[in-house]
Write a protein that binds this ligand. Structure first.
Ligand code: M6R
Length: 611
């Protein structure tokens, strides 16, 4: 939610910030803005994408060696020029960008209104900025001190970066609950919500921790906690190449990321799975293996696509490990008063590692004695750091707002954890264990084969692109794939879609079925196949249009379907890693056929750091 970029050093700040904002646009894209120091504080803001701002700034004198930039995902106030960041303090001295939500902003605002402050936007950010400005004026203190005093009163989540007209050699930043990375260069520093705007300038970064304030000068980075004690910046080397965050010849990041899956699943297995030796090596999991094996229950906590990965994992863990599994929406789990007993194991699943609901849910569970395992993609992210242990998914940066390669990598990691635990526990016999290792190792190759049928899916997209609604149905391991297929279609094409367990369909959604409704069946050969065929019959009898995802030679499904998509066969436990790929492609090509911006669907943002 919202992307922030800032620069201080010897170079021109504007091109660095602009490029950074384009890289972070996946985090929010309803308006953008930049503030520079160029003969005074200059603030430029524009509704819409970063390209609108760029066009607006053509031909302007934008010289400055310091600056801050922001791309917004609206929380308080509609997308507009006036609600765009940076905001300017009433004194005219400071400009500020913010990612997060100030929950007690109404109270702070009232205090400021009582003092005569007038607000020019609907944002919580302008309130916090003027609160800082007011403290600075009243105490005649250093801005750093004003920030510290202000943040002690703030309830909520934030990353802020403050640009001070009176201090052209200093930026002040602070973080709680939203991500902030600082790139350390030679006589320069780069600030951003993630490493993508930084990677081409330096690989040395510092991840700022919650409740830390950073005072950043070209040649100096000071970190302090809210108690004004100095903290030692911990420099990490980025393990990421520039190519990973570029489109590399594809029309969209989403398509690139779908096509990366043979490699990303392979990368996820590499160094861990050795089918010949019959081993899986996952040090984080090994460390807690005893506790997981003996856990009374495992709770998967996640949101969106990651929650769907948790649902698939529920089936796998229960089957292989015979442990009771619950799958929870993080947003519900955090606000309920869930029963958590010491020794319960929570598996937090998240691509970004920054999803606010998931983060708070695991922090709550941790405080009640649960063991937290993180299955996270972004290295060094908040959820990975809040977990006791875990396993990274190693899918590389996922930039398309719709999650694709992260999902299959999550499935690969979760499957490896279940295999490890089931085998150790003895609930999974050696023969089946070895067979599943071999099958898992073969998945990247099968995904590559499957991706060759892309033209057929493109044609289907053309055929069905004008449908008003879609129904996605599956049973067992493929039920979460139906949910994921529907979510992808909604996000990318704005077509209403519902995912359902195929048998549950007759308890309501069947009323929707007529000759205009495409019904996608995930019907690969598994222990539920015969039952799925019966459900297909029920749809066919009501003239629904059946599109089925099947294995080669499935004549029963072919006879009942208007269209079929064939995927390679796999053990039913692993089948979702294959059957989900046509779901991703269908959503992608329908979105493209409808002329939509599939990488930046309306109203969405990649990293949901607000609740
Ligand atoms: O970064 P996370 O995996 O925690 O994100 C969770 C959801 O916000 C995310 O999966 C969202 O549903 C995607 N847009 C799905 O494509």
């Amino acid at each position: 939610m919202c992307g922030i970029v800032a620069y201080i050093g010897q170079r021109e700040a504007y091109p660095i910030i602009l490029k950074g904002l384009k890289r972070l646009e996946y985090r929010g894209y309803d308006s953008a803005g930049i503030a520079l120091l160029n003969g005074g504080l200059k603030v430029y803001k524009k509704k819409g994408k970063v390209a609108n701002l760029e066009e607006e700034l053509q031909g302007k004198d934008l010289h400055s060696n310091i600056g801050i930039g922001h791309t917004r995902w609206a929380t308080h106030g509609e997308p507009s020029d006036r609600n765009a960041h940076p905001h300017t303090a009433a004194s005219g001295r400071f400009a500020m960008i913010h990612n997060g939500i100030i929950e007690n902003y109404a109270q702070l605002k009232q205090e400021l209104v009582n003092k005569g402050y007038v607000f020019h936007s609907d944002t919580d950010t302008e309130v916090l900025l003027n609160f800082i400005d007011d403290i600075q004026k009243n105490n005649n203190c250093e801005p750093e001190e004003a920030v510290r005093i202000a943040l002690k009163r703030v309830v909520g989540a934030y990353v802020i970066v403050l640009l001070d007209r009176e201090n052209p050699e200093t930026l002040i930043a602070a973080r709680k609950g939203s991500p902030l990375v600082i790139g350390v260069g030679k006589n320069e520093h780069f600030l951003a919500s993630d490493a993508s705007p930084i990677i081409e300038y330096t690989k040395e970064v510092v991840y700022v921790n919650d409740y830390e304030i950073a005072i950043i000068r070209p040649d100096e980075l000071i970190l302090k906690n809210l108690g004004n004690e100095r903290q030692t910046p911990f420099i990490t080397k980025l393990d990421m190449e520039l190519a990973a965050i570029e489109k590399g010849g594809y029309d969209h990041f989403m398509l690139k990321e779908i096509f990366e899956q043979p490699q990303t699943i392979y990368d996820c297995l590499r160094g861990r799975l050795d089918a010949t030796a019959g081993t899986i090596t996952m040090s984080g999991v090994e460390k807690y293996a005893e506790q997981i094996m003996n856990a009374n229950r495992i709770v998967m906590v996640a949101c969106g696509t990651s929650w769907h990965a948790g649902l698939v994992a529920e089936y796998i863990f229960e089957e292989l490990c015979r442990i009771n599994v619950e799958v929870e929406y993080a947003s519900e789990f955090r606000y309920r008063n869930p029963v958590i007993n010491p020794g319960d194991v929570i598996i937090a699943i998240s691509q970004s590692g920054e999803t606010a609901d998931t983060l708070v849910a695991i922090e709550n569970a941790k405080s009640k004695g649960a063991i937290i395992l993180g299955v996270v993609n972004v290295v060094g992210s908040s959820i990975s750091r809040a977990s006791h242990a875990g396993a990274y998914t190693h899918a590389g940066p996922e930039i398309g707002v719709a999650s694709t390669k992260a999902f299959t990598a999550q499935l690969a990691v979760l499957t490896m954890i279940a295999l490890t635990i089931g085998y150790k526990k003895g609930t999974l016999g050696q023969q089946r264990y070895l067979q599943l290792l071999k099958e898992l190792e073969a998945i990247p190759e099968k995904v590559a084969t499957l991706l060759q049928s892309v033209d057929q899916i493109k044609n289907l997209a053309e055929k069905y692109k004008d449908a008003q609604d879609f129904l996605y149905l599956g049973r067992g391991y493929n039920f979460p794939v139906a949910l994921e297929g529907a979510l992808k279609l909604k996000e990318i094409s704005y077509i209403h879609a519902e995912g359902y367990p195929a048998a549950e369909m007759k308890h309501g959604p069947i009323a929707l079925v007529d000759e205009s409704l495409p019904v996608v069946f995930i019907a690969t050969k598994d222990s539920y196949h015969e039952k799925v065929i019966s459900n297909m019959q029920e749809i066919k009898a009501r003239k629904g249009m059946v599109i089925s995802v099947i294995n080669e030679g499935d004549e029963q499904s072919i006879a009942l379907s208007n269209d079929v998509i064939v995927v390679p066969e796999a053990d039913e436990i692993l089948a979702p890693m294959l059957s989900v790929i046509p779901m991703q492609l269908l959503a992608y090509y329908i979105g493209v056929a409808r002329g939509l911006d599939v990488d930046k669907p309306r109203n969405l943002a990649k990293s949901v750091t607000v609740e």
